[in-house]
Design a protein around this ligand. Structure first.
Ligand code: SAH
Length: 296
């Protein structure tokens, strides 16, 4: 997988250890604490404090200065949760350039979580926005940043954890990364030159999300018609896709040697609907019964 070499270099420094927790391997810092675990999302029943819990995820950033500047962008807008996926420089949050660019947001930088994959970063997240400088043929529905953050706020009010996902400075987000998210947002910049610096894109979205959150305080009563059920968390949805894919292969509907874009199209279809927990369970139930029947 793209970028995992960097993380392997990180763990090879012998200051991280694998430990099993909840049946899954997690990396823990053993000597110098680097935050490599994602604290669980709150149960999806009560409104969450979106300023404290929203994850700003940087996927494989190359430049320490951008990571520091992103930390500063978050803090100026009242956010604090920075997650870095497989950074090119393993201990990027301790690089002098990152610390200098963070300026007074060195606390946000120091508490940034460093994880190996986007799946780790999105664990427990119910609604995520992929920020892309280019349009994509496949992937979840495309929205302008303002409606995208408005929808994120609704999810927060329904008890769902939210995340904003940004790509690498040179290549942006991969299609697979984009397809893991609930929506795509593009900052409508100058069409002749629309690629913003990574930290500046973080700043724009943090500002938009701040305005949206301040406009609809968590404490305001939610009208019955407005109440939102949070989407199913990312990990549940990914588990469902894997299960469904297995069932479609067993049915000979999907040829693993020539999968074409079937799973991408199905992802697109389901992401338009905003799957809830119960709906994911129904789809898994269907996949399970297909597999049972086909094996007979
Ligand atoms: N050359 C890359 C752009 C990388 S810019 C590409 O073509 O994809 C680094 C990151 O900043 C992007 O992955 C995206 O998350 C964010 N970004 C930059 N410009 C943006 C824009 N106009 N809209 C949304 N996100 C943008």
């Amino acid at each position: 997988m793209r970028g995992s070499w960097a993380f392997r270099r990180l763990i090879s420094r012998k200051n991280l250890v694998w430990r099993y927790h909840d049946g899954f391997p997690h990396l823990f810092a053993s000597v110098h604490p680097l935050n490599t675990t994602i604290s669980p999302a709150q149960p999806a029943e009560q409104p969450v404090d979106a300023f404290a819990s929203t994850r700003f995820v940087l996927v494989e950033p190359s430049h320490p200065g951008n990571v520091g500047a992103a930390a500063r962008a978050l803090k100026t807008m009242g956010f604090s949760r920075l997650v870095v996926v497989a950074p090119k420089i393993p201990f990027v949050t301790r690089e002098p350039e990152a610390i200098a660019m963070a300026s007074g947001a060195d606390d946000v930088l120091a508490s940034a979580q460093v994880v190996e994959t986007l799946a780790d970063a999105l664990s427990g997240v119910h609604w995520s926005i992929a920020l892309t400088a280019r349009t994509r043929e496949y992937g979840p529905p495309q929205m302008a940043p303002r409606p995208a953050v408005a929808k994120a706020c609704e999810q927060g009010r329904g008890g769902g954890a939210i995340a904003l996902v940004f790509g690498n400075e040179r290549v942006g987000l991969s299609n697979a990364d984009v397809e893991r998210c609930s929506a795509i947002a593009h900052i409508p910049a100058n069409p002749a030159y629309s690629s913003l610096n990574l930290a500046q894109a973080v700043q724009v979205l943090a500002y938009e999300l701040r305005l949206a959150l301040l406009d609809r305080p968590e404490t305001a009563p939610v009208a019955a018609a407005e109440s939102t059920i949070a989407s199913a968390p990312s990990d549940e949805i990914e588990g469902m896709y894997a299960h469904l894919e297995q069932a479609l292969v067993a049915l000979d509907f999907l040829d693993p040697a020539n999968p074409k874009k079937l799973m991408s199209r199905l992802r697109r279809l389901f992401s338009r609907s905003g799957l809830e927990h119960e709906e994911v369970n129904i789809l898994r139930g269907i996949a399970k019964h297909i597999l049972l029947r086909v094996k007979r």
